[in-house]
Design a protein around this ligand. Structure first.
Ligand code: URA
Length: 210
């Protein structure tokens, strides 16, 4: 991918996102919409995967048919909200290896604190797609990608549902080699580092917690 930021303006993505933003949308519907939208976002982020051909025989004749080149992908979910996006992406790319990075945001400093990290062992040979619905300050995403690069990943893409300009700028500064795909670039962060207009706390909305 050549663009650092891709906003997926597909009508289905934008329609589903509006339903997800609406505070009257139930937990159940929110989860279902997130699954649907993550399929569409996964379609976009995999658009430029490298291809090769394979000689096959159709019932009519032989042909060189296109197939994906290279090793299987790795998906890395930033816990816990990342798992909501992960489910849909994994449905589209079922053979992907999956890793998890657990980070929570210290409410005072807003800095990410690592509490869990389990990653596939051979990331250097795989395209790694990191998933987290909300790119807010960018602190968690930058920290997670720091960890993933330290484990050898070289070819990384970042998938989120909403991005704030502050988070995009932070990612561009720390990881300019990591393209971002999102459904929306929102206006700003509020004083509590929530994305505005946003959709609230993605984890709480998808798991029904408060
Ligand atoms: N995380 C969320 O869940 N929501 C925001 O608006 C920002 C970070």
């Amino acid at each position: 991918m050549t663009e650092h930021l891709t906003v997926v303006n597909h009508p289905l993505v934008q329609h589903k996102l509006t339903l997800m933003r609406d505070k009257s949308t139930s937990t159940n519907s929110f989860r279902q919409l997130l699954r649907e939208i993550s399929l569409l976002l996964a379609y976009e982020i995999t658009r430029t995967l490298e291809m090769t051909t394979k000689r096959i025989e159709t019932p009519l004749q032989e042909m060189d048919a296109p197939i994906l080149e290279g090793k299987k992908l790795a998906l890395v979910s930033i816990l816990r909200a990342g798992n909501g996006l992960l489910d849909g992406v994994l449905e589209l790319i079922p053979a992907a290896r999956v890793g998890f990075v657990g980070l929570y945001r210290d409410p005072e400093t807003l800095q990410p604190v690592e509490y869990y990290c389990k990653l596939p062992s051979d990331l250097e040979n795989r395209l790694t797609i990191v998933v987290d619905p909300m790119l807010a300050t960018g602190n968690s995403s930058v920290a997670a990608i720091d960890l993933i690069k330290a484990k050898g990943a070289r070819n990384i893409r970042f998938l989120c549902l909403l991005a704030a300009p502050e988070g995009v700028a932070r990612m561009r500064e720390a990881h300019p080699d990591v393209p971002i795909v999102t459904a929306s670039l929102d206006e700003r962060l509020d004083d509590h580092a929530y994305i505005v207009p946003g959709l609230g706390d993605a984890g709480d909305r998808m798991f029904g917690t408060k």
